[in-house]
Design a protein around this ligand. Structure first.
Ligand code: URA
Length: 439
């Protein structure tokens, strides 16, 4: 089989056969197909899409391209459930959600991704915790999940290796925003992780890969129906990504915000709402709780009682991080040499999330090339929510950078990414819809 024929078929709008898809996935996994051909195929799929059957085959083939975990021998006394997000800006939900759901009786083996396009990656954020091992090996991973109830690690070399390579190439070739490619990428990893049920956080808005509600619904439907076809019960929560989730963007800054939340020191209202809603949906989809209201109550209590913080501590130290990290996170996290406030005036009426995510990449908080090192310390903090009246006293945000020049550039990017009006009424509900089945 020739890859050029496969690319040509897709370029001309045709459908790929199962055998062609399997050939591509095998070549991705064993590296026999060079990156330039993969990127060309990715662009052809991006432009001409894939039908349900092609996306299903791509999902199954990528899931089977490496190790598939099996939890049945672990004698767990609760369901194995996970959450995945389609990618956003300032999204630190996983660090809160995994211990909250574990506190409520779920087991959360979270295999997370790195930054993709303009969005940040949970693995990169976790690695800003000194000593925290995002690649502990399966035996250790399983042992931590069993003992603690959750573990957040990075994608391993042998779990959906075809997706791992595809993801890295898509990240740097502007081919991320494709519904079938995102569906196959996310679900292949989740199926390979051996979970029983899944909640998808499908983001919508300027900081999401899907910037319209219509495309986000389409994304959610694709995920729910493709997952159901593969036997994975999945619910989707459509959440707003027209502004930063919480008040920080950037690896170490987001971890710091997550720890502040777990300590019950400060819980940003939108971050709180998204986190607790997703956690409750995980209890519902996995059968831990039938009643959504009760599920919400239990998740809330897991935070206020400090139980989620305890579980995070156990997870962190089991994976090599400091045992007092939750209490003393500021002592451990990298800080940037330059921190500058950025001012503007008026009522904040628009934030271009994608531009903000790109500003983080320019600060070296994300990658421009596959495998590039990133700077944990950079980003934005105290980011004002939409509707904030900026009067010259309250900054739009603080920029954290490695030099004065980088701070100035990022500050300008931030100002370009935001708009203000003299007076504006902002209504921005963060939970848009919960979808339990495809229509
Ligand atoms: N998250 C993934 O894991 N893959 C994508 O393609 C997009 C978001």
């Amino acid at each position: 089989m020739l890859l050029t024929d496969i690319i040509r078929t897709k370029r001309d709008g045709g459908a790929l056969t199962d055998a062609q898809i399997q050939f591509v996935v095998d070549g991705l996994a064993d590296q026999s197909i060079p990156a330039e051909q993969i990127s060309s195929l990715a662009m052809a799929i991006f432009l001409n899409s894939m039908d349900f059957s092609e996306a299903g085959k791509l999902t199954a083939a990528m899931a089977g391209s490496g190790t598939v975990l099996d939890w049945s021998g672990e004698e767990l006394d609760g369901p194995v459930v996970d959450k995945h997000s389609t990618g956003g800006v300032g999204d630190k939900v996983s660090f809160l959600l995994a211990p909250i759901v574990a506190a409520c009786g779920g087991y959360v083996p979270m295999i997370s991704g790195r930054g993709l396009g303009h969005t940040g990656g949970t693995t990169d954020k976790a690695e800003s915790i000194p000593g925290y091992d995002t690649a502990p090996g399966y035996e250790k991973f399983k042992a931590v999940v069993k003992e603690v109830g959750c573990a957040i690690i990075g994608q391993t070399n042998d779990l959906a290796p075809a997706d791992r390579r595809f993801y890295g190439i898509r990240d740097v070739t502007a081919t991320v925003e494709s519904i079938p490619l995102i569906t196959a990428s996310i679900l292949s990893k989740k199926i390979a992780a051996g979970i029983n049920s899944l909640v998808m956080d499908v983001k919508t808005g300027s900081g999401a890969f899907m910037d319209t509600l219509e495309r986000s619904r389409e994304m959610a439907e694709s995920l729910i129906s493709t997952a159901a076809h593969a036997g994975l019960n999945t619910h989707a929560v459509l959440t707003d990504m027209n502004q930063v989730l919480g008040t920080t963007v950037g690896n170490a800054l987001e971890i710091q915000e997550a720890m502040t939340f777990l300590r019950n020191d400060k819980r940003d209202a939108r971050l709180d709402k998204v986190t607790i809603t997703l956690c409750a949906e995980m209890l519902v989809v996995s059968g831990i709780e039938i009643d959504r209201a009760e599920a919400l109550r239990r998740c809330e209590e897991a935070v206020t009682s400090g139980r989620a913080a305890e579980i995070f501590s156990q997870m962190c130290s089991s994976l090599g991080g400091p045992s007092d990290f939750v209490e003393n996170s500021a002592k451990y996290l990298a800080t940037a040499p330059v921190v500058q406030p950025i001012y503007t005036t008026g009522t904040l009426s628009r934030v271009d999330g994608r531009a903000l995510g790109n500003a983080i990449i320019e600060l070296s908080g994300g990658r421009q090339r596959v495998g590039e090192e990133i700077d944990w310390s950079v980003g934005f903090s105290q980011v004002a929510p939409l509707g904030t009246v900026l009067d010259g006293e309250r900054p739009l945000a603080l920029v954290h950078a490695s030099s004065d020049e980088a701070a100035e550039r990022a500050g300008n990017r931030l100002l370009e990414a935001c708009a203000t009006e003299p007076e504006v009424q902002m209504e921005a509900p963060v939970i848009i819809e919960i979808m339990t089945e495809a229509t």
